[in-house]
Design a protein around this ligand. Sequence first.
Ligand code: FDA
Length: 310
Amino acid sequence: MGMMRSVLLAGSQSVWLRESAMRYPFVRRSVSRFMPGERLEDALGAAGDLQREGVGTILTHLGENLTDLGQAGEVTRHYLQVLDQVAGARLDAQISVKLTQLGLDLDAGLCFENLMALVKRAEASRNLIWIDMESSGYVDVTLELFRRARVESPRVGVCLQAYLRRTAADLESLLPLGPAIRLVKGAYMEPPDRAFPRKRDVDENYFALAARFLGASTRVRGALLGIATHDPRLVDRLQAFVASAHVPPAAFEFEMLYGIQRGLQRTLRGQGRRLRVLISYGEHWFPWYMRRLAERPANVLFVMKNVLAG
Ligand code: FDA
C-alpha cells in the first residue's frame, strides 16, 4: 500500500485531525468539490439537476460507528423521511446506508429492524436501499443481514469489495439470489492476508468478478450489477465485455461519486449508458473525505493549492 494512502487512511481515524481540519475554511471549500452541501436539501437539489441530465442518484448521509441506539433510530427516521421526499418529488434517487449507522455495533437485531423499516418504505415507492460495505470485520454480518432482508424483499442491494480475497466466494454464494450488487474496489485499510496489496491484482479481480456476474446475469433474472468505479481502463474493458457477451442493458449500470471523473460520466451518458451518481451530505464528512484523498494523491495537491489560494 502506498505511503500516502496509509497516512491518509490512518488520519481518517484521528479525532484530533478531524476537529482541527473542520475548523479550516479551505478544507470545507475543497470538500465542496465532492459534495454539493451538508444539508439534505443540497443533495436533493443536486439530484434534481442530475435527473434533468438523465442521471440517477444515490443519496447517503455521512456518519459512521454510532455510540448509542437512539442515534441509530434518528438515522433511520431521517432516511424514512428522505425516501418520502424523494417519492414526493418523483426523483430517481435511491439511498445507501452503512449498517453501523443503523446500530450494528450495538444491537444487530435492532439494526436489522431499522434496515427492514427502510426496505419496506422503499418497496412502497418502488425504490431501492443499498447497503454499503465497511471494513473487513463487518463483511460476514453485513452479508448475513443482506440475505435476510433479500428473502423478504428484492428492494435491497449490497456492496462487495474487489480488494478482498474472499469476495469471489461471496459473489458465488450470492448469485443464486439474483441480487443487486454494487461492485467497488474497496476504500479501507486492510491487511495483506485479507486484501490484495497490489492495485494491479485488485483491478484484475474487479474485472473477473464483474465479468462473472454479468456473464451469469443472462440466466439470473432481476440481477443488477452496479459497476461502481471511476477507472477508465476498467470501464473500457467492461464495455467491451458486455458487447461481446451480449449482456442485456438492464443487467448493469455505472455508478460514480459526485464530482469525480465528470468527463467519463458525460461520455457514458453520451453513449446511452445508465449512470447513477452517489451524493453524500451531512456534517460527518471528515473520515469519508480522507478516504477520497487517499484514493488519489492528486487530490492532496488540490487541497494544498486551496491552502495557498486561501
Ligand atoms: P481507482 O482508485 O483506481 O481510481 C481510478 C481513477 O479514477 C483514478 O486514476 C482517478 O482518475 C479517478 N479517481 C478515483 N478516485 C478519485 C477521487 N477520490 N478523486 C478524483 N479522482 C478519482 N468503498 C467501500 O469500501 N464501501 C462502499 O460501500 C463503497 N461504496 C461506493 C459507492 C460508489 C457509487 C462508488 C463509486 C464508490 C464506493 N466506494 C465504496 C469507494 C471505492 O471502494 C473506491 O475507493 C473508489 O471508488 C475509488 O476506486 P476506483 O474504482 O474509482 O478506482
